[in-house]
Write a protein that binds this ligand. Sequence first.
Ligand SMILES: [Zn+2]
Length: 343
Amino acid sequence: MPKTQYVDFKTVKTSVSILQILDHYQLTNTFKRNGDSLTGPCPLHGGQSPTQFRVSLSKNCWNCFSECKHGGNILDFVARKENISIRDAAIRISEWFGLSLEKPGRKVVPNSTEAPEPTEEPMREVNPAPRTAPAEKREPESGVNQPLGFALQHLDPAHPYLVERGLTPETVAEFGLGFCNKGSMTGRVVIPIHNAEGQLVAYAGRWPGTPTGDTSKYRLPPGFKKSLELFNLHRAIKADAGQPLIVVEGFFDAINLWQHGLKRVVALMGSTLSPAQEELIRRHTTTNSAVIVMLDEDAAGQAGRPEIASRLARFCFVRIHSFEQPGRQPDQLSAAEVAQLIP
Ligand SMILES: [Zn+2]
C-alpha cells in the first residue's frame, strides 16, 4: 500500500473518545453511568434492554451482549452504525472531529479509487489506553467553518416552542431564533451559530418537541464541524470579563443563562471539549480568569466534566458546578435559581 494512502487508525482511535462518538449520535442520554461504565439499550441493533450494551470509559470500548454479540473500539462502532468499512469509519470520524491525519508521507485519501482495501483491524481489539490519554494525544484540529454567505429569511420568532421554553421576545431576537419552513431546516426551530469573530457559520435546527422514529433532536449542516466552535462565544467575550466564564452543553442552556443575566456563557454543543474549543477558551481567558463547568446532571455530563475541568485548569481557575437533583440541566433554571448560581 503506498504511504500516501495511509489511514492512521491509531491516531483516530487515540484522538477521539467513545463518549465523543456517543455524543455525536446524541445517544449519551440513553445510557446510565456506573463508575467507569455506561449501560443502555444497544444503538447498533436497536435493542430495548437497558443492560445489553456496555461502554468502558477507561478502555474506550463497547460491547453488546445481546444480538450483536460483539464489541470493539470507536472505529468498529461507527463502521457498524453507518454500515461502512473500518477505513471509511476512520475517515468519517476525522471529518466529524476535524482531525488532521496528514503527516509527512501520510494522508487520508477519501474516495480514492486507487487505494487498496485496508487491512482491517481485528474487530475485538480494544484500545487499552486510559481514558485520560485521548485528550493528551489529540492532533490539532484542521480547517475552519467558512462563514455562510446568506441568512435564513422569514423565520417565525413567535413559534410556540420558543414560548414554551420561556424565552422572551428580546432573547429570541438577540439570538436570531425562529421556526423555519423552507429548505433543509423545514419544520425546525433554527439557532444561528457564529464563530469567535461573530460571523454566521451555520444554523442548527431543533425539532420543536420530542422527536419520534428516525427524527433527530438536532440537525446540523453536513460539513459543519461543531468541534471548531463554541456557541455564543462572540457575545460572551463582550460581556464583563470580571465574571466567570460558564461552560454548558447545549444551545438552550446558554440562552437560558444569558436571558437570566449570565452573559458570559458558552455552549460546547455536546458534553465533551474538543482541542479547538479548549484553545478558544484559552485564547479568551487569562491565568486569573474563572471558568465554571456546568454540564447536565446526567450520565454524559457527569462522565465528561472531570476531564474538561482538568484540561481547563492548566490555564485558568476552574470550578465544576453540579446539581443536587439528577437530570437537572441549566436550560431548566428559573431566574431566581440562576441568580443564586454566582455569588
Ligand atoms: Zn446490539
